[in-house]
Design a protein around this ligand. Structure first.
Ligand SMILES: [Zn+2]
Ligand SMILES: [Zn+2]
Length: 542
């Protein structure tokens, strides 16, 4: 409970001590926190704890003074956004505030359209927050904004607790016009907020994996509404949740997508067409998300199917050694203790091996995400390699196994895969091509990749998810508690409830209509005080 003591009918104790001269939040941020408390069924104290960085008292001895005087306008050359379909409307909406739309940037424009959006906001005399999913390596969008706006930009990205708190105090004192950062930056204490821009909206890291389990997209939209700012969701392939909002779409006026060829995977996943293209390519990216060299199939000594002797898990050869993917034990046959296995090749190490024989340039699997060198290089990588690295300009992007996505478990697994593929394929702009290996060229995800447009795929996914009882946009909670939980949940008329038991506790996966969430939250809080509910997790990864 937070508020003036007159507003509270119960007993109120006097304030004992003022811990810090710096208020942790103001009235608008408290309104946002109250909304999060309701939306994510989280205690207000937990929400407020997530909103403010850990306090470092030493930084409060010399608080930042008023911001230095700056010129009124920063000249920023107009970029591509004004030429987009809906672009001029979008730019004037940003200058006005109080709107929301999505941008599907051409791959080579991703950073430049973010700069354009921020410029429209700042030149109207307001401030902007730009949210990126990752801190390392520093996203190209962050670098582009820093180059355009110089010391008016605060990089709220990683750093020590002391540095973060210092920057937070400076933001609060009004030193910056633009804050770029990961999730916590959505709470940056900025006045005169005109724009909240979410880059790579479909990235999984925009969801906070600890209480209060918020999603940056939702908080950004709400913060914009409360502050009369404009919210922009940018992604080549938005999430189903973002698409379901039916916001205006701003996109290139002309098709800006590489030529994408779909070929059937040849023997060991190498179509002749792919091999030929690789031979000619100077700069290429091969998407090979399976790590290691290959998977152990049979024991060479006794012929039994290969399985970990310790836990029965799958054995994989990686770096010349066979290990269990589950428990990491040395690969030993569960049947005879043998240590040599027949390996079904196919991991990224194997791809590196065969690609090196084909290409005329070096083939690498860098530990840290980066684009191929200008001098000519083929980079092999998985999902972790597909980052905001700037325009690619590659000759070739190859997706070796587009059918693998359909085999992955999880409700949103295919959507996640497509988003990553589209970001990777975009690196073939402006002059390169992409080759996708698939035995199902008519698959909606593969077709989305060919067209560079995920709309039909997202429609199909929405139908699939509705049929599975998890409609897109319906709030979902995972609640852990005692056996009384299931009956309590059923009273809220859920769209779907899946009840299971784990470690003697009842686990309910609950899908609700948005209107039912406030009542559900009040009930869950009451049940928590009675010991029936232990934990409520909003929007679990499904
Ligand atoms: Zn094992
Ligand atoms: Zn054996």
């Amino acid at each position: 409970m937070i508020g003036p003591s007159e507003a509270h009918s119960g007993r109120v104790l006097p304030v004992m001590r003022l811990v810090s001269p710096v208020p942790a939040f103001d009235a608008p941020i408290l309104r946002l926190a109250r909304w999060m408390q309701e939306r994510y069924v989280a205690p207000l104290a937990t929400v407020l704890g997530a909103i403010t960085p850990p306090r470092v008292a030493g930084e409060e001895t010399a608080l930042p003074g008023p911001p230095p005087a700056r010129p009124e306008r920063i000249p920023v050359a107009a970029g591509p956004l004004g030429t987009y379909r809906g672009g001029p409307d979008g730019l004037s909406a940003i200058a006005r505030g109080d709107a929301a739309f999505t941008i599907r940037p051409a791959p080579e424009d991703e950073q430049a359209v973010a700069v354009d959006a921020v410029a429209a906001c700042v030149s109207a005399g307001r401030r902007a927050i730009v949210l990126v999913p990752e801190a390392v390596p520093v996203p190209a969008t962050v670098t582009a904004i820093e180059e355009a706006f110089g010391d008016r930009v605060c990089r709220f990205l990683g750093g020590s607790a002391r540095e973060r708190y210092r920057r937070w105090l400076e933001i609060r004192a009004g030193h910056y016009d633009v804050v770029v950062g990961t999730r916590p930056a959505v709470f940056a204490p900025m006045g005169e907020l005109g724009l909240v821009y979410v880059a790579r909206e479909s990235h999984g890291a925009h969801r906070e994996d600890r209480a209060p389990y918020y999603h940056v997209r939702e908080v950004a939209l709400r913060r914009a509404v409360l502050g009369r700012a404009t919210c922009v969701l940018a992604a080549a392939c938005p999430t189903g949740e973002a698409a379901a909002l039916q916001l205006p779409v701003v996109a290139p006026a002309r098709r800006s997508w590489p030529v994408v060829e779909v070929v059937r995977p040849g023997s060991e996943g190498r179509a002749p067409r792919l091999v030929r293209s690789l031979r000619e390519a100077r700069r290429a990216f091969i998407y090979a998300p399976v790590p290691g060299y290959g998977v152990a199939q049979v024991c060479r000594s006794c012929g039994a199917p290969a399985a970990c002797a310790a836990c029965g898990g799958m054995l994989r050869e990686e770096g010349g050694r066979v290990r269990c993917v589950v428990c990491d034990a040395e690969g030993v046959c569960a049947n005879c203790g043998g240590r040599t296995f027949g390996i079904r090749r196919g991991g990224a190490e194997r791809v590196e091996e065969w690609a090196s024989r084909v290409t005329t340039v070096p083939v690498v699997r860098p530990a840290r995400a980066r684009l191929p060198k200008r001098s000519g290089e083929v980079v092999i990588g998985g999902a972790d390699s597909v980052r905001d690295l700037g325009p690619g300009g590659l000759d070739l992007v190859a997706l070796l196994d587009a059918d693998a996505a359909a085999r992955r478990p999880g409700l949103a697994a295919r959507e996640r895969s497509l988003a990553i593929w589209m970001e990777a394929v975009g690196w073939a702009r402006p002059a390169g091509r992409a080759i996708v290996q698939s035995s199902h060229p008519g698959d909606p995800a593969v077709q989305a990749l060919v067209r560079g447009n995920p709309d039909r795929f997202l429609e199909r996914e929405a139908e699939r998810r509705a049929a599975a009882g998890f409609p897109v946009g319906a709030p979902t909670f995972r609640v852990v508690g005692s056996d009384a939980l299931a009956a309590a949940v059923a009273r809220h008329d859920p769209i779907t409830t899946l009840v299971s038991a784990r470690d003697g506790r009842t686990v309910c996966l609950v899908v609700l209509s948005p209107d039912a969430v406030p009542g559900f939250g009040i009930e869950m809080r009451r049940l928590a005080s009675e010991g029936v509910v232990e934990r409520v997790e909003a929007e679990p990864h499904l």
